[in-house]
Design a protein around this ligand. Structure first.
Ligand code: ADP
Ligand code: MG
Length: 698
């Protein structure tokens, strides 16, 4: 294999390719569009399109697509070939600026949550020049935003870009107040750490629950799980290593900075982390990474499971969203500075995040809410559904000293005066020990750990960016009018600490006593499930904040709330139907067949000697027979619960019924089936067990 630096980004129309293939004038004009959002004129667009097409064709592409991220949570593409007929009966390869800039896919089959009723069915895609075009297979993929003809966003990228702009605008106001006049823009950066499971494809194929729902709906606990802690950071097995190697190569070709890989806590669980990049690009790259993970797995006879909870009883998979604010010159605003003035600015940005997380706990929680992620956040797993911020002892002591106007007992033992004193250096080691906090400050960035492994990171970052933009706006409004800047600054930081310290928690977020304290004493929100949190998207304070920054319109928010609840309902209903099907057509017959064999055994033994007691067989037959009856009853109860859903008048009532009834009926059916699994001869069990699934990839 070639040297990485030779092929890194070879499938990307990146800055190097642009420089090499565009005239200086076109290149500069395009750069202005990328860096400053300047309008692109059509002659430039034509030149860029032609260069893209030539480059793509030289790299084997025959088609192009506007690549976008509808509200299904995955990416969408519709391929068009570059060919046009030529008068001599042949074809020529063509690609024009207008095709690059705008596409018109039919929007009617994508979720729009009612926006379609009020707006036209047609949608359009608009080129996002800030994310480079790339080649996938034989197709040139052009990252785009997806909107209705009325201009309402139908995707995740549009509000993400809007939220980045909102944060940029407010952060610049703050920077100006600190005399940073040269900064042109502030962008957020994200490094998403991605967890996943790898299992054998042959075994996967035998499990309809995995095939239809991405998670196991049945499965007794194997004799060994994760209790030995022998998988985390363990030696990577050869098949997995070969997979990771090829995955890295494919990602590097796409210009994705895949950096770290290791085994995770659960057996068969792994993690991949890239080097961080601008949020918009990190989002595109994370979507591509998830796609590649699955594609490459197939080539190795493996299946990559991105579901948040593929297996009961072992850890689920999440995604850690490492987030910071950075100027175009690369200055990290969440990095404590060298001078007192820089420190004050750092503390203000830090406080803006703390305030944002506290004021908009609900938005952060709901930004990661899906049926799959409820199994992590709502259950007995870290992180919990309660949002809190971890700062570490050192930074916490600084904030306390500021709040109380008391001497800071750290390195200097003097009264902390903002703008005068230098803060101690916070190094990672003292701040990164807490792995259970949902929102942890880790030296120079915040790590939002509530995301589910299959979530697009767009949603979490939209809410985070918007909420921080709002804090910064409140600060800037106040500081711009202040008579004495330093006094006002000091007062505002103190006030933020006082008002919002209840969100700061440096202990074990996994502990039950914390949840009790958080809810009862501190009044923090604890929305355990998707139906609990999702309706709060439409709370007045949230609508007001998100619309005032131009991130969403009210109609978009309503539509999104509906779509998320619909997704929740559909997901669980599919799971429930799959369970009913498997219980009836696979599990009950298997248990029945084994019971019959045992019964036959009794008869045959008796034929030899009718005084043989056959206690073992009799006991088991009785037990299995009772279990079969229970399975039948529980299946019927689940079916009835599903029928009841038709009576729900609103999507939220359906979601509540699913949370309260369907999911618990699913749990009861599973319990009966899992118990049957433990007493049924293995050769009768219709599909691979947990032990097979979790420990077979070598
Ligand atoms: P871990 O959290 O597993 O100890 P690291 O902290 O080294 O690992 O990195 C986790 C992720 O955070 C990586 O994707 C890394 O690129 C990203 N990251 C590091 N610094 C920043 C930053 N300033 N802003 C955003 N992401 C960052
Ligand atoms: Mg981390």
């Amino acid at each position: 294999m070639k040297n990485i630096s030779e092929y890194f980004g070879c499938l990307v129309f990146d800055d190097r390719v642009m420089k090499a293939n565009l005239s200086a004038k076109v290149y500069q004009s395009l750069r202005r569009t990328i860096d400053e959002g300047a309008q692109l004129d059509i002659s430039v667009a034509n030149a860029v399109a032609a260069a893209m097409k030539d480059w793509a064709a030289a790299n084997g592409a025959t088609h192009f697509t506007h690549w976008f991220q509808p509200l299904t949570g995955i990416t969408a593409e519709k391929h068009d070939s570059f060919i046009s007929p030529s008068p001599d009966g042949g074809v020529i390869m063509e690609f024009f600026g207008k095709e690059l800039i705008q596409g018109e896919p039919d929007a009617s089959s994508f979720p729009s949550g009612g926006l379609r009723a009020t707006f036209e069915a047609r949608g359009y895609t608009a080129w996002d020049p800030t994310s480079y075009a790339f080649i996938k297979g034989k197709t040139l993929c052009i990252p785009t935003a997806f909107c209705s003809y009325g201009g309402e966003a139908l995707d995740k990228k549009t509000p993400l870009l809007r939220s980045m702009e909102a944060l940029n605008k407010q952060a610049l106001r703050i920077l100006r107040l600190f005399g940073n006049d040269d900064v042109k823009c502030v962008r957020t950066s994200v490094g998403p750490e991605q967890e996943y499971f790898l299992i054998d494809k042959e075994m996967y194929d035998k499990r309809p629950d995995l095939r239809f729902t991405g998670r196991t709906l049945f499965g007794a606990k194997p004799p060994k799980g994760q209790e030995m802690d022998d998988h985390y950071f363990g030696v990577i097995k050869p098949r997995v290593a070969a997979y990771m190697e090829e995955l890295n190569e494919e990602l590097w070709k796409l210009g994705i900075l895949a950096k770290t890989e290791h085994n995770e806590v659960a057996p068969a669980q792994h993690e991949l982390a890239p080097i961080y990049s601008t949020t918009n690009i990190a989002t595109d790259h994370n979507q591509l990474t998830m796609e590649m993970m699955q594609k490459v797995a197939a080539k190795h006879g493996l299946v990559c499971l991105l579901h948040e909870k593929p297996f009961a009883g072992v850890n689920g998979s999440g995604k850690h969203n490492n987030w910071s604010m950075v100027t175009e010159a690369g200055v990290n605003l969440l990095s404590p500075g060298e001078t007192p003035y820089e420190n004050a600015q750092f503390l203000l940005f830090l406080c803006a995040v703390i305030k944002a997380v506290d004021d908009y706990q609900d938005l952060l929680r709901l930004s990661v809410a899906t049926a799959g992620n409820d199994h992590r956040l709502g259950a007995n797993e870290a992180p919990p559904a309660v949002v809190s911020v971890f700062l570490g002892d050192e930074l916490n002591a600084v904030l306390e000293a500021i709040e109380n106007n008391t001497p800071y007992a750290g390195t200097q033992k003097t009264q902390m005066k903002l703008g005068v004193d230098v803060l101690p250096k916070f190094n990672r080691d003292t701040t990164d020990r807490n792995r259970t906090s949902p929102f942890a400050f880790t030296g120079n960035k915040f790590e939002f750990r509530m995301l589910g492994s299959s979530n697009s990171i767009a949603c979490a970052n939209i809410m985070l960016n918007s909420a921080v933009a709002e804090s910064l706006k409140i600060y800037a409004d106040r500081l711009e009018r202040a008579e004495n800047f330093e006094d006002a600054l000091h007062e505002m930081i103190r006030k933020t600490i006082k008002d919002h310290k209840h969100i700061i928690f440096n202990g074990n977020g996994y502990d039950d006593t914390w949840i009790k304290e958080a809810v009862e004493r501190r009044g923090l929100l604890n929305y355990r499930t998707t139906p609990d949190c999702m309706p709060h998207l439409l709370d007045e304070k949230n609508v007001k904040m998100l619309t005032s920054h131009g991130v969403f319109s009210e109609a978009e928010l309503r539509s999104r709330c509906d779509i998320m609840l619909e997704n929740y309902c559909k997901t669980v209903v599919i799971e429930a139907n799959t369970m009913v099907d498997i219980a009836k057509t696979e599990i009950a017959p298997a248990v029945g067949a084994y019971t019959a064999e045992l019964a036959k055994m009794i008869t045959e033994k008796k034929a030899v000697d009718d005084t043989l007691p056959c206690n073992y067989e009799r006991g088991l037959v009785k037990k299995l027979s009772a279990l079969t009856d229970r399975i039948a009853i529980k299946t019927e109860e689940l079916e009835n619960a599903l029928v009841e859903l038709h009576n729900a008048e609103y999507i939220i009532s359906e979601a509540n019924m699913i949370r309260d009834i369907v999911l618990s009926k699913m749990g009861e059916l599973r319990l009966a089936c899992d118990e049957a699994e433990t007493v049924t001869a293995k050769k009768y069990w219709p599909f691979p067990t947990y032990g097979d699934l979790l420990f077979s990839v070598r």
